[in-house]
Write a protein that binds this ligand. Structure first.
Ligand SMILES: Cc1cc2nc3c(=O)[nH]c(=O)nc-3n(C[C@H](O)[C@H](O)[C@H](O)COP(=O)(O)O)c2cc1C
Length: 344
């Protein structure tokens, strides 16, 4: 049924599993999604956090782990498609892209900034920008055409219901999701119209949770969807059981927009850690060289440390990123369950 063609890559089911840092989507989740007929995506955000040398030399640990995780995912993937998510705002972004390309990854997805140089770094991997507006796609496509005579193999449109850092102002998030004075489907239509002119397939991300969401976006002209939050509460997700339990326990009103120390708004589950930050407590114990827009001298906390605490299950000192639908999970399922639902 899938008409999702990413160059010569054709997943059997038009579902991409969104990259989730830090450590939420590694080889375990990505390999399982790929094996089940979708595109499995490893997040490279602080991917080497379990390396004994990480505290001393985070970037070197991460660059080593990129190839190792891609290799492990391939072993699980049974010939399926493996991608990586590399944020443009990552310190030494270029080196991460080169490491993933050298490891033979199939697809490189890049957002959190405009991936202007991606074509010259990606080798033979397929390349996909993440955009939240037609304007951003227009800027990237024009630059890639002029400088590299290249177009994206895929465009991921990420809307205001997504998890983690969001490419919108707090005001726009509220306008789309609270007051509803703005309609994001209208923006998606504009992006699809431009992508159609360019002959590039679009997948929609942000708030996609069940099969009917896929049907909705296919009817609008998208070729598939990207889901992240739904995959957190799977057996195969690489996060700790405590992290998954936080999703199972969350109620709708627990899901909040936070101002991340790196400057962007993000979506997370409200918890004791956020209360302490709100009360003015500061949690900065050294810098792990993650996002270029962070100012460690003034940041209220280290986002790397907070995300590692969360993924390892130390929730009271952790930032639990999630999408707007995180409250909907009521049991742990398998990747195969989800993929079967989306294949019909
Ligand atoms: C826990 C979590 C971590 C995420 N981390 C990243 C990331 O490191 N880089 C990125 O580009 N997107 C990240 N995202 C966004 C997802 O890749 C995805 O596009 C989005 O969450 C889709 O919306 P959904 O969660 O409603 O399915 C993250 C999302 C979640 C839930």
């Amino acid at each position: 049924m899938s008409e999702l063609r990413i160059g010569d890559l054709c997943p059997r089911i038009p579902v991409i599993q969104g990259g989730m840092g830090v450590g939420v989507s590694l080889s375990g989740l990505a390999g399982a999604v790929a094996a089940a007929g979708g595109v499995g995506v490893i997040s490279t955000a602080q991917i080497g956090y379990r390396d004994p040398d990480f505290a001393r030399n985070p970037i070197e640990s991460n660059l080593k782990a990129v190839g190792a995780e891609i290799k492990k995912a391939r072993e699980l993937a049974a010939g399926g498609i493996i991608g990586v998510n590399i944020m443009v705002a990552t310190r030494r972004y270029e080196d991460y892209v080169r490491a993933a390309a050298a490891a033979g990854v199939d697809l490189i997805i890049s957002g959190a900034g405009l991936p202007m140089t991606l074509p010259e770094l990606a080798g033979s991997a397929k390349i996909a920008p993440i955009v939240s507006s037609r304007k951003a796609l227009g800027v990237i496509a024009k630059h890639w055409k002029k400088k590299y005579d290249r177009k994206p193999d895929l465009v991921v449109v990420e809307g205001p219901l997504a998890g983690g850092h969001l490419g919108f102002s707090k005001e726009d998030i509220d306008a789309y999701t609270v007051t509803k004075e703005k309609d994001y489907d209208a923006e998606i239509r504009e992006i699809i119209a431009l992508a159609d002119e360019l002959e590039v397939p679009v997948v929609v991300a942000g708030g996609v949770y069940e099969q009917k969401d896929l049907a909705h976006y296919l009817a609008m002209g998208a070729k598939g969807v990207q889901l992240a939050t739904r995959f957190v509460t799977t057996r195969e997700c690489d996060a700790s059981d405590a992290y998954k339990q936080a999703y199972l326990d969350a109620k709708k009103e627990d899901i909040v927009i936070v101002k991340s120390p790196v400057g962007m708004p993000g979506r997370a589950i409200h918890n004791a850690f956020l209360d302490k930050v709100q009360a003015g407590e500061r949690f900065m114990r050294g810098c792990r060289q993650c996002i270029i827009t962070c100012k460690p001298d003034t940041a209220p906390y280290c986002i790397t440390e907070a995300l590692i605490n969360a993924v390892e299950g130390n929730l009271d000192e952790g930032l639990i990123f999630c999408g707007s639908n995180a409250y909907r999970a009521d049991h742990i399922e398998t990747v195969a369950d989800i993929m079967e639902e989306f294949s019909t």
